[in-house]
Design a protein around this ligand. Structure first.
Ligand code: ADP
Ligand code: ASP
Ligand code: MG
Length: 408
């Protein structure tokens, strides 16, 4: 008898009819002789609605209370799912984060899972019931409710699969797998059959929201294969697995984009040793992570430097007053912000052994008259910050120019 873990995203449980479909699907899997554990997200749109309510009450809501509110979305969908299974003649129990005992750290709104107890889930399936675990939520050591960051039900799914020793984690969503880029903005995007954990990790961290980055980290650490597939069809999706020889032989595996960052431009700081260390040291102390960084020196009688960097838009709200204070402290003339930017990235293990990929990316963007505002690279990715209005043009052009549209 196999132990099957299936996670269903917001669209897959977005209406009562869809919840009934999932219930029938889960029961069929159980009747085929398996123990079934479901992880469910909130119904689509619900988490946004809940967070919107909190923001209506106050501008910068307290993170602990945000989590109490946001976690209710999954509380409702898990219970509805259990009811739907019972209504189909099956047996099911909903389990919330604190009932399973998904223990997290105390970082409200972006908590990390520390441990998961398997006993409650095992007790449930042993009785012939389908365990319906609420995704996205956990509990810290003081018993406070925490949430795992947007898209966090993926992480609940993979972490539960690892904790109870399932052979894989199935992620059911509104597309039928991982594509070479977001199929919703690029018509020539192609479904990938198998992708390595490393490439998926980069794609997820660079904005491909089909999987939350933490879920891929956990899958990689514990060696849990992920099968991303559609909840609306039976076909095979994409297997996210350990790198092996069966993977596609391509230099660039995918293109991702992220509209979640904002650009900060600090103009005219003194060009001398220690200034940049000072600036970023102070920003780090406030727990604000900086992504791309560019420093340039302006010619003139007195040498001055400009420093450009990106932070997430969410962090920018609370960081602005602080950044201005630090900028003043290092003698900056002016601080400018730009939120109309997007980070477009290409990802591929093959870049390790191929030169000139970054240059090719810059040339392709230049060919479309798109100005690059900042660049960052790693062994297996290149990212460029550009104006947000060029998102679709840049993604489609890069995708096709790197030959991702057609099967090799
Ligand atoms: P769920 O609610 O099921 O968790 P999400 O909306 O979080 O679903 O993730 C699925 C979405 O991810 C797709 O609808 C698609 O627009 C987006 N996406 C972005 N990049 C990719 C990619 N490379 N492959 C597939 N989907 C992608
Ligand atoms: N409901 C949460 C969100 O919208 C978690 C998830 O769907 O994975 O971010
Ligand atoms: Mg998601």
């Amino acid at each position: 008898m196999a132990l099957i873990v299936q996670k269903f995203g917001g669209t897959s449980v977005g209406s009562i009819e869809r919840i009934r479909n999932v219930a029938r699907r889960a029961l069929a899997t159980q009747r085929a002789g398996n123990d079934v554990v479901l992880i469910v997200s909130a119904m689509s749109g619900e988490t946004n609605r809940l967070l919107g309510l909190a923001h209506e009450v106050t501008g910068v809501p307290d993170a602990r209370e945000m989590d109490v509110i946001a976690s209710t979305g999954e509380q409702i969908s898990s219970a509805l799912m259990a009811l739907a299974i019972q209504n189909e003649g099956g047996q099911a129990r909903s389990l919330l984060g604190h009932q399973v005992k998904i223990l997290t750290d105390g970082a409200f709104t972006k908590a990390r899972i520390k441990t998961i107890e398997g006993s409650k889930i095992f007790d449930t399936v042993r009785k012939g019931q389908i365990a319906v675990v609420a995704g996205f939520q956990g509990v810290n050591e003081h018993g406070d409710i925490t949430t795992l960051g947007r898209g966090g039900s993926d992480t609940t799914g993979v972490a539960v699969a690892a904790a109870i020793g399932a052979t894989a984690c199935e992620i059911y969503t509104d597309v039928d797998g991982v594509y070479t880029t977001d199929p919703n903005i690029c018509p020539s995007a192609r479904k990938i059959d198998r992708i390595s954990f490393e490439e998926m990790l980069e794609l997820a961290s660079l904005g491909a929201k089909v999987l939350q980055i933490r879920s891929v980290e956990i899958a990689m650490k514990y060696g849990v294969p992920i099968h991303v597939r559609s909840s609306f069809s039976e076909g095979e999706g994409t297997w996210v697995v350990k790198e092996d020889s069966a993977l596609e032989d391509v230099v660039v595996a995918g293109v991702a984009y992220d509209k979640g960052e904002a650009r900060v431009h600090i103009v005219g700081v003194e060009d001398k040793p220690g200034i940049v260390a000072d600036l970023f040291g102070k920003i780090a102390e406030k727990n604000i992570s900086v992504d791309m960084i560019i420093q340039s020196v302006t010619a003139g009688a007195t040498e001055r430097a400009n420093v450009t960097f990106t932070v997430t838009k969410t962090d920018l709200v609370r960081a602005k007053p602080f950044i201005e204070e630090v900028a003043k402290g290092i003698g900056a003339r002016e601080v400018r912000y730009d939120e109309d930017v997007v980070k477009v990235s290409i990802v591929g293990l093959g870049m390790r052994s191929h030169a000139g990929i970054a240059a090719k990316m810059f040339r392709i963007l230049a060919g479309e008259n798109i100005n690059i505002q900042a660049i960052s690279t790693s062994e297996i990715k290149v990212s460029c910050l550009i104006a947000a209005k060029y998102t679709e043009l840049a993604v489609r052009t890069l995708h096709d120019a790197f030959g991702l549209g057609q099967k090799k």
